[in-house]
Design a protein around this ligand. Sequence first.
Ligand SMILES: [Zn+2]
Ligand SMILES: [Zn+2]
Length: 141
Amino acid sequence: MLAERRWDFHLYIREDRPWSGTMVCSCSSQRALVEISQNYTEFVAGMRCLDTGDWIKLLQCAACGQLWRTDEWDKYQPLYALKLKSSEGWKSIDMAPLIKEGLLEKHGGVDAAICLKQGCTQHSLKGRAFCVDHFYEGLQS
Ligand SMILES: [Zn+2]
Ligand SMILES: [Zn+2]
């Protein structure tokens, strides 16, 4: 009796989760621009590399077909992935404005204080000494 029930259970699992359904991805729940510095390996797992550029890669999710432009692995730089609608011109997309927008959001906006960079009149990022432009510049060097 017990053995029979275990068999039923086994069948149920197999039918409920067919092989095609095991390729679950999280593309649709991701935002357009994702910082992947902390989970790079997990992020690119299950992605096909369609093309490579100068420290950038064009990846396609094997499960849903979503295109992503990602940075090549570099442990000294923040790494980003950007959702793409098509692969056209993927190498020449200017990431800076998108990343700055993301930084502003991540920091929760700007402070009342002014950026410490000499001559800069912009407000600094919340909790930071520099404005989003100069903070971003610092990340690049
Ligand atoms: Zn996907
Ligand atoms: Zn500044």
